[in-house]
Write a protein that binds this ligand. Sequence first.
Ligand SMILES: Cc1cc2nc3c(=O)[nH]c(=O)nc-3n(C[C@H](O)[C@H](O)[C@H](O)COP(=O)(O)OP(=O)(O)OC[C@H]3O[C@@H](n4cnc5c(N)ncnc54)[C@H](O)[C@@H]3O)c2cc1C
Length: 467
Amino acid sequence: MSDARARKVAVVGGGIAGLAAAYELTKQAREQDLQLTVDLFESRDRLGGVILTEREGDYVLDAGPDAMLTLKPAALELCRELGLADEIIPTRDEDRGVALYSRGKLRSLPYGTGSSWMRKISAYMSSGVVSWASKLRMAGDLLLPRGVPRDDESMSDFFGRRLGREAVERIIDPLIAGIYSGDPDQLSIYSTFPRFPQMVAKNRSLLLTMLKAPQSSSSGGRTLPVFCSLRDGLDRLVDAIGQRLDSDRVFLSTDVTAVRKAEGGYALSTSQGPRDGYTDVVLSVPAWAAARQLADEFGPVTDAMESIRYVSSGAVFFAYRRSDVGERLRGYGFLVPDCEGRRINGATWISNKFDHRSPPDGFLVRCYIGGDRTAAELELDDEAIIAMCRVELREIAGITAEPIFARVYRWKRSNPQYDVGHAERSRWIDAVLAQHPGLHVTGSGFRGIGLPDCIKDGRDTARRLIG
Ligand SMILES: Cc1cc2nc3c(=O)[nH]c(=O)nc-3n(C[C@H](O)[C@H](O)[C@H](O)COP(=O)(O)OP(=O)(O)OC[C@H]3O[C@@H](n4cnc5c(N)ncnc54)[C@H](O)[C@@H]3O)c2cc1C
């Protein structure tokens, strides 16, 4: 053994961040011949957190995340490491495209490679999403100076300054809702899309920066589109990690209620009784859950964690006969700006976006609800949610067909909101936790919400812990 001191690590939370941390710890222990054991605690009766794939005949329903961003390599790298390279599927090329619902109708936006900047700009300008006054205001971005760098500001302030208020309401708001289920008036530009202020500081024009943004990436010797998934659903990633952990040390249906300092490290209170002797603890639960676990002994840091705002979101799936809808539905789906006052935030034509999600004669659709703007809809019962979504799909996209089946999934307090000040708050939390050697936090509440961010942060946390 190369390590003089045996380490016993508790990873609390079996979502993708906790799984990535536990996987990396196990891997490093094996590779470096360390005397290190890893216990993984998860309150649900399954691993994966918000990653949940359900199958209904030949339909594959990714009810939480359904796509991995390829521009950040951590997720695909992990898939390859786990032997899933052959299962990585790109978005379908044939149906590229996304629409915005604006002024009572769906309007296509330019998407993907192949068009020159000028063609993309003219496509935006002719899409009818914003008024001519707004188009002129947006064009002003080409002339505006870089501006003075700020400590932090909301997305609305940043994009509004560059592109005008109407562009924020009709373009930025729905795009942001699609990713964060959030409100651009509150979300921090520096904690969500730091690249944009950085690029403006460098290139001056936001518009040109956005239009130049890559629409594909090169990874593992393949050119991939911006998003990929796994052929049989994203829970393949969860299963593949789970298989590499010691099953005797994975404790499902075990709610960790408190973390306390103890002789030589930390002790946990859990719904299955006390557990002690941990040299290190990695909390990979939502920030509000970590705050509760630390509340007894770690004082003000828990207030900072508790103040990280979360919203709830929902996914509503409809399976249709392809002959009823398939010909009419082009592109990957649509997004809805808040100012349109609709009851859904958007919908994805899943069968257009990815292969292997429905049988050849079927067509899968997913509606998005919840977040800051359609929170009340999430409180309805399943039947009412399904009826409401069907009305929205009919009025927005003309879908009148009877679905073969419908499913509703609710994700309560699962979407962290990186409001203005988040980065500073996170740094402060890290600084306080640094005073408690062996205690770490990771997961979507802190340093990035996307799957690649959570995987990278989970693995980085494990590497830091090992030192
Ligand atoms: C509906 C939805 C769609 C999304 N779509 C995408 C997408 O397409 N692409 C993308 O990249 N990202 C997407 N995201 C974001 C991404 O999926 C998440 O940020 C990420 O999966 C969160 O992982 P996590 O491990 O940090 O948290 P979680 O998945 O929330 O895992 C935390 C785990 O901790 C457990 N836990 C909580 N309290 C306790 C306790 N007291 N004791 C023990 N265990 C506890 C929970 O049960 C859970 O399993 C989406 C998120 C949501 C909610």
